[in-house]
Design a protein around this ligand. Structure first.
Ligand SMILES: [Zn+2]
Length: 132
C-alpha cells in the first residue's frame, strides 16, 4: 500500500514520533501549517473520515489526542492546542494539532508557519518520549 502514514507507522520512513500505543501514533509534522504541528493517526489504515468510525474507536482516538495535547502543552508552554479534523491529503484517519498562544482572542496567533527542521523535530520528540 502506498500510504505515507502506513510507512511512518511501519518505520519505513523516518518520523519524529512522540507517543504511541496499540492503536495510535503521534508525530511532529514535517510539513506543518504552523510550528510544532503534530498529527495523531490510527495505526490501522482506515478511511480518513473519522466521523464514520465506530463510537468506541472514535472515543479512544480522542482520548489519545488528549494525551498528546497534554504533552505539547507541557513542552511547548502554549495555552491552547487546536484540533483540526479535515481528513484531507492522506486517506488515513488522522487529527492535526496546532499549538496556539493565547486564549481570549486570536491576537496570539499560531506559533509560525515555516517548514520544520528535521533536527528540531527529533530533539523535541526525543525529549517528550523520554519524559513519559
Ligand atoms: Zn495508511
Amino acid at each position: 500500500m502506498d500510504c505515507i502514514f502506513c510507512k511512518i507507522i511501519a518505520w519505513q520512513i523516518p518520523s519524529a514520533k512522540i507517543r504511541e500505543n496499540d492503536e495510535f501514533v503521534a508525530i511532529l509534522d514535517a510539513f506543518p501549517a504552523c510550528k510544532w504541528q503534530a498529527l495523531v493517526m490510527t495505526k490501522a489504515h482506515i478511511w480518513s473520515d473519522v466521523f464514520v468510525m465506530p463510537n468506541d474507536q472514535y472515543s479512544r482516538f480522542l482520548l489519545a489526542v488528549k494525551e498528546v495535547v497534554a504533552l505539547l502543552r507541557k513542552w511547548l508552554q502554549v495555552e491552547r492546542i487546536w484540533i483540526v479534523v479535515e481528513g484531507m491529503q492522506v486517506d488515513h484517519a488522522h487529527i492535526k494539532l496546532y499549538p496556539f498562544r493565547g486564549w481570549k482572542s486570536f491576537e496570539g496567533g499560531l506559533i509560525g508557519s515555516e517548514m520544520a527542521k528535521e533536527e528540531d523535530l527529533q530533539t523535541l520528540a526525543n525529549q517528550i518520549r523520554n519524559s513519559i
